[in-house]
Design a protein around this ligand. Sequence first.
Ligand code: DX5
Ligand code: ZN
Length: 234
Amino acid sequence: MKGTTMPQIRIAPSILSADFADFGREIRAIEAQGADWVHVDVMDGHFVPNLTFGPPAVKAFRRHVTTTMDVHLMIAPVDPFIGAYAEAGADILTAHVEAGPHIHRTLQAIRAAGMKAGVALNPATPVEAAEHLLDLADLVCVMTVNPGFGGQKFIDLAPKIRRLRGMIGDRPIHIEVDGGVDPTTAPGLVRAGADVLVAGSAVFRDGSADAPEAYGRNIRAIRSAAALLEGVAP
Ligand code: DX5
Ligand code: ZN
């Protein structure tokens, strides 16, 4: 990132790895332990082979989130649910480019509903799929696992992230990386141009809402691994 402005790295724990019976306390714990955003993975058992939660649950999470609620939709179709996620209090709503034929319309609708718009790319989707969407997007999420589950093996897509950073240029668009992020993979991702790191298992491992200090240690380990790079703000 030499020669560019210092990016602020944001750590966004995914509550997919939290205790599903205790979301309120888990959200409060990760925020108290240094999370910048709260990443919420919505899955429909159709676009991805797993199911999580829908708008009423996300609305209940909102009461506990004081930072930014970053909602990652792994659902198809998306458009009929945009209003419900706006009403649930999503700050950022991310839809997959693979989820339907009219992603351009989807991003317009997300912004029209008052949220920031994100577009996510599956590992096999070329970065060019986002090229004509950049004026409509506040965030591009590069998946480094096949979406659907936490704790999967990291797919190294640093060259894809680097190309995306080049395509984005000076636009104020976040590059978020989601899947397999930990202190060993974070530096290469930030070096390639990512500024938002989603991490599920690497944040929630070894801790609980009763023993949240481990969350803090895990968040700091990712942050400081990324910050060892020249020109990156810790
Ligand atoms: C995967 C989800 C991710 C997931 C990441 O489909 O979008 O947000 O929780 O989990 P880890 O960090 O364990 O790979
Ligand atoms: Zn996610």
